[in-house]
Design a protein around this ligand. Structure first.
Ligand code: CP
Length: 327
């Protein structure tokens, strides 16, 4: 694997999931693979899970991880080509990225979209300029439109749960799972990244009946959602679901806007009753009793803590593949 910014960088999802789960079973099995190698982790936006899980993953491979919170610790970076830099930005990405390429073996970057300029956000101008100028492999810790480490984790979590069920009931193996991505309310306008990415990965994984449900106006960009069944009827979508992935996103069509705050879209135990005793997932952080009710998050159907724990194994598998360049 040469970089990791979307599912398109992965040639074999099943193999990557298997590698991740092998690290979960034995975290230090490749503890010298990354010896004398270093990753840089650049945060242009806040993070808890992505930062900590990637650091832990690197350490378990014997790599050093250096975290740099660009927003609060570094010089403000300019990304415009030909900019006359007489404003607030202090150095151009063309100057900063190649230097990071000299300090590190892999550069991991988190950026967010502006949610103001759709064309610019969907051009992935920030991460693409690091790819262009750093000269070393780039790993996305979430970009303007995608969150691939989260989505790999989500597939790992689903596969892991299914494997447990199959071991308890072999007949389970013959059934295709129903996976539902449902929009949920939120107080802020959030990126489409997690939803885009989850859709992209579930479609590429190809092992589920995949339904996306949201209020009108929240259609995702079609290249990500194509392959899924899309409905505005949440109850219908939830019927017989095996996995329900809950997430808010702002509108892609009316870019960055909140079109609905309809609290009837919050996932509750009553809605869980429509499903096939579904496992409930969310990338976190979650707004309790807005996106998901306490009763679900604190109840037996929630996979959210397992899912967040699995972030380590996803990051470890990706870093190992890039160091070993095995895919
Ligand atoms: N899910 C996720 O990316 O969490 P953080 O924002 O805390 O990294």
């Amino acid at each position: 694997m040469k970089q990791f910014v979307s599912v398109n960088d992965v040639t074999d999802i099943d193999a990557l999931v298997a590698l991740a789960l092998s690290y979960k079973a034995d975290p230090y099995r490749h503890n010298t693979l990354g010896a004398r190698k270093r990753i840089g982790m650049l945060f242009l936006n806040p993070s808890m899970r992505t930062r900590l899980s990637t650091q832990v993953a690197a350490q378990q491979l014997g790599m050093e991880a250096v975290v740099f919170n660009v927003g609060s610790e570094g010089w403000a970076i300019e990304f415009e080509e030909g900019a006359i830099m007489n404003g607030t930005t202090a150095e151009h990405v063309k100057d900063a990225a190649p230097i990071m390429g000299k300090y590190f073996d892999i550069l991991c970057i988190r950026t967010f979209p502006s949610l103001k300029n759709r064309e610019e956000d969907y051009s992935e101008k920030y991460i693409n300029q690091f790819i262009r100028y750093a000269g070393i492999p780039i790993v996305s810790l979430e970009s303007a439109t995608l969150h691939p480490l989260q989505s790999l984790t989500d597939i790992i979590t689903i596969e892991e749960y299914l494997a447990t069920q199959r071991s308890l009931n072999p007949q389970f193996a013959n059934r295709k799972s129903k996976v539902v991505l449902t929009w949920a309310p939120h107080v802020k306008a959030l990126p489409q990244c997690v939803a885009n990415s989850f859709a992209q990965w579930v479609n590429a994984w190809g092992k589920a009946d995949f339904i996306i449900t949201h209020p009108e106006g929240y259609e995702l960009e079609e290249s990500f959602s194509r392959g899924a069944t899309i409905t505005h009827n949440q109850d219908e979508a939830l019927k017989d679901a095996d996995f329900v992935y809950v997430k808010n996103w702002s509108s892609y069509k009316q870019y960055g806007q909140i079109l609905s705050n309809d609290m009837s879209w919050m996932m509750t135990n009553e809605k869980l009753g429509l499903t096939n005793n579904a496992r409930v997932m969310h990338c976190l952080p979650v707004r309790r009793n807005v996106e998901l009710s306490d009763e679900i998050l604190d109840g037996p159907n929630s996979l959210v803590t397992t899912e967040a724990g699995n972030r380590v194994w996803a990051a470890q598998a990706v870093l190992a593949e890039i160091i070993g360049n095995r895919q």
